[in-house]
Design a protein around this ligand. Structure first.
Ligand SMILES: Nc1ncnc2c1ncn2[C@@H]1O[C@H](COP(=O)(O)OP(=O)(O)O)[C@@H](O)[C@H]1O
Ligand SMILES: Nc1ccn([C@@H]2O[C@H](COP(=O)(O)O)[C@@H](O)[C@H]2O)c(=O)n1
Length: 202
């Protein structure tokens, strides 16, 4: 089994790149989203949840993600948690994931944790200008994550932006490949060929 990590700032195009690879290989690839491992906040009142720093590594249960990857590597299925951004909490659902030859792990901080990073066979960092990333995030958070403009701006200035420069951006230098867009055709072809080779060699 090979594990590919896809990191990068919010709105950089991580999901875009991940989804293109997934679409090319279908059921031979499984995807684990680090976002699904945001900590459960059952005991935190809804108003308080909005104030949490979700861009700090401590907001994520990365040790559970590492355990799940180890299980998959050992040939065992896992039940991944599912996160609900509209309630800032884990949903009651889980996703059953069977071991696959290729696993993609996507999230802003997947290159930040040393244990997780050491499990990755390829480390990718997707970059995009900060203004483009925040503009994309505004549209996405309003349309898909139940947020309002004022809240998005407050959160961006108070936590998302400073944490990006503290924890996300420094992991760029740890990547094997830095790509300038999730739509980058050359990077897609390179990764597609690499995955095809892995699958042939099995
Ligand atoms: N190169 C691009 N050009 C235009 N829009 C893009 C590009 N890359 C991503 N997007 C759009 O920006 C939004 C955020 O991209 P996404 O891949 O979800 O980012 P991330 O997973 O890094 O937060 C999505 O609506 C996506 O369609
Ligand atoms: N309750 C939450 C949890 C996380 N976020 C934000 O999600 C961003 C990471 O996801 P991307 O798809 O944008 O990479 C991260 O920047 C967190 O701020 C949130 O808003 N609410």
């Amino acid at each position: 089994m090979k594990i590919i990590g896809i990191a990068g700032g919010t709105g950089s195009g991580k999901s875009t790149f991940t989804n293109r690879l997934k679409a090319a290989f279908g059921s031979r690839i499984a995807v684990l989203y680090h976002d699904n491992y945001y900590r459960s906040q059952d005991s935190v009142p809804p108003e308080e949840r909005k104030k949490v720093n979700y861009d700090h590594p401590d907001a994520l249960e990365t040790d559970r993600l590492v355990r799940d990857l180890r299980e998959l590597k050992a040939g065992n299925p896992i039940d991944s948690p599912v996160y609900d951004f509209s309630t800032h909490n884990r949903s009651r659902r889980t996703i059953h994931i069977e071991p696959r030859e290729i696993i993609l792990v996507e999230g802003i901080l997947v290159l930040s944790d040393p244990l997780l990073r050491d499990m990755l066979d390829v480390k990718i960092f997707v970059e995009a200008d900060a203004d483009e990333r925040i503009l994309r995030r505004v549209i996405r958070d309003v349309k898909e994550r139940g947020r309002d403009l004022e809240g998005i701006v407050d959160q961006y200035l108070s936590t998302v932006k400073p944490m990006h420069y503290l924890y996300v951006e420094p992991t760029r230098s740890l990547a094997d490949l830095v790509i300038n867009s999730g739509m980058n055709e050359v990077a897609f072809e390179v990764m597609k060929s690499k995955i095809e080779k892995w699958l042939e060699d099995r």
